[in-house]
Write a protein that binds this ligand. Structure first.
Ligand code: PLP
Length: 423
């Protein structure tokens, strides 16, 4: 019953002052029936995604709307804890006051401020690349690059488990498309051989795959790229700011910064967590994106407050790697204690720590029970991850205390025993 009411409210059925008004007509009625049945299907399949409402800042400790306080948060991409860092917030307020709420314009018409240029220069310096270009999100950066760069004469070779935004970006381009098996270098080599007939080959991979916390074999990918005269593109959303000695990312961690041509990443995770994305790489490529990349050309400039956050986050990281080191130590603490307790944690040395459970229902009921114990984690099951590989994904942040981590492990152990995931 409440579902029908919610759907009606969403679609505009209702009456009275301020209530949404339903659009009349046969087409609108037919659409409503179709949407309602589609929504029912999603619920029936058990894949409905509901959203918990947070009533506090993003951070290690949350208050949920409706009064649930004292929740320890293990499911944000706030790897370095910068989302609510006082200096990051201050920088946003200062940028807001000095440069206003927003640009009411795209970059090339009337939307480029000195802070946009400064941030692009800082990003390029951080990644040791020639230039950088900002987007409203990394989703946009991924949507905008392949179409601008590749033609029907070219080829793109993509890991089958790449992020949805890479997949969509590749769909938009007219290049020849090859999908290689996840991190399978034999398959990539076979596909590279097949793709020799094209003018240019671009291998596209996530630096870190967010469902498993596994790191792409970039050294091997770069060796193959060299052998078969290909370029390498990486999406560093789950690496920028903390992987590698200076937090530059997967390419720094694996010693191939000079072999990866294009890096796309986000400002919406470790780098302050507000929003925004970018491409960094050779200057002519960045120049071309400013001319041709559709999400850049036809979407509003990043708001100054968002630029201020990211810029301050990069300053903090370039001053010291202490924050990243603290996160690494906490990751290690969680992974080793959970393994000792008898759990299997996928990936290695990454703050994405998927607790592998296999069964979808088990992952879901355990995540619910964890929340009852004050630990906010999320269960993932098919179709987000392969069938039979359900898991609870835990994400560690530099701002978790050792006590937070230990409480999480204790809760997992209790809940795991209760539901038979541990003996
Ligand atoms: N690429 C990867 C690997 C991601 O995990 C995400 C975000 O979930 C994105 C791209 C999109 O980033 P943004 O939130 O900046 O659009």
């Amino acid at each position: 019953m409440w579902r029908a009411v919610a759907v009606r409210a969403l679609l505009g059925a209702g009456a009275g002052i301020g209530a949404p008004r339903a659009v009349s007509g046969a087409a609108a009625a037919q659409l409503r029936r179709r949407l309602e049945s589609e929504l029912e299907e999603i619920r029936g399949a058990g894949t409905w995604k509901s959203e918990r409402v947070i009533a506090s800042r993003q951070g290690p400790h949350l208050r949920l709307a409706g009064g649930g306080g004292g929740i320890i948060n293990f499911c944000a991409n706030n790897y370095l804890g910068l989302s609510s860092h006082p200096e990051v917030i201050r920088a946003a307020v200062e940028a807001l006051e000095q440069f206003g709420a927003g640009l009411s314009s795209v970059r090339f018409i009337c939307g480029t401020q000195s802070i946009h240029k400064d941030l692009e220069e800082k990003i390029a310096r951080f990644h040791k690349r020639e230039d950088a270009i900002l987007y409203a999100s990394c989703f946009d950066a991924n949507a905008g690059i392949f179409e601008a760069l590749l033609t029907p004469e070219d080829a793109v070779l993509s890991d089958e488990l790449n992020h949805a935004s890479i997949i969509d970006g590749i769909r938009l381009c007219k290049a020849n498309k090859y999908r290689y098996k996840h991190m399978d270098m034999q398959d990539l080599e076979a596909k590279l051989q097949e793709a020799q007939k094209h003018r240019l080959r671009l291998v596209a991979t996530d630096g870190v795959f967010s469902m498993d916390g596994d790191i792409a074999p970039l050294r091997e990918i770069c060796q193959l790229a060299q052998k078969y005269d290909a370029l390498v593109f990486i999406d560093e959303c789950h690496a920028t700011g903390f992987l590698g000695p200076n937090g530059c990312g997967t390419d720094e961690l694996l010693g191939v910064m000079d072999k990866v041509t294009i890096v796309n990443s986000t400002l919406g995770k470790a780098l302050g967590g507000a929003a925004g994305g970018y491409t960094t790489g050779p200057k002519p490529l960045i120049d071309l994106l400013r001319q041709r990349s559709r999400p850049y050309l036809f979407s509003n400039s990043l708001p100054p407050a968002v630029v201020g956050c990211a810029s301050k986050a990069l300053d903090l990281l370039m001053e010291s790697n202490a924050i990243a080191q603290s996160m690494a130590a906490k990751t290690q603490r969680f992974r080793s204690k959970m393994t000792a307790a008898g759990f299997t944690i996928s990936g290695k040395d990454h703050p994405i720590c998927p607790v592998m459970l296999g069964d979808a229902r088990l992952a879901s009921v355990m995540a619910e029970d964890m929340l009852k114990r004050g630990i906010y984690v999320i269960g993932f099951s098919y179709p987000v991850v392969p069938k039979g590989k359900a898991r609870i994904r835990v994400q560690i942040s530099a701002v978790h205390s050792d006590e937070d981590i230990d409480r999480c492990v204790e809760a997992f152990t209790e809940v795991g025993r209760k539901h038979g995931a541990l003996p």
